[in-house]
Design a protein around this ligand. Sequence first.
Ligand code: ZN
Length: 186
Amino acid sequence: MAVRKILRIGDPQLRQKSAEVPVTEIRSSEIKKLIRDMYDSMEAAEGVGLAAPQIGVLKRVVVVGFYRSERYPELKNGIEHRVLINPEIEVLDSPKVGFWEGCLSVPDMRGYVERQRKIRLKFYDEKEEFHDEIIEGFDAVVYQHECDHLDGILYVDRLADPTMFGYNDELDMADRKAGKEPPQVA
Ligand code: ZN
């Protein structure tokens, strides 16, 4: 088990473009170890997804997935555990959906972001199998957020309204004062 330090916004590595993994290296011991470290780091931080640049490795690798968590009570079945290597997103002609997003690299904060509701996602998994799938809803939002990290983009670059961004405890307090429940955060 190797929990790695998660880089925070301001670290220039989070702003770089990551390199593709040559297909012949997908099953190498180096990539296997990277994936294990990413899962360990994501689970220790209770995240729903993590991209390799967030632990300072500039390769196009993403892990997603979590089991039921108190942080996400509405996601009763969690999100399937998956490894995405060299993912490519094609935007389908779909309406946008808005979600409050958080990020392990922007700790204790959230912001409201609008993204495509439906995407086509192509990627290799850790067994070197190629996938080509249509993904919708909350999962599509999580995949778009994680894949953005591979191009040095953070959700704060995509805020729909800069006033809908802030520290979780402040936003929670404001919601409660307004008689609202704090939202589910992607
Ligand atoms: Zn993130």
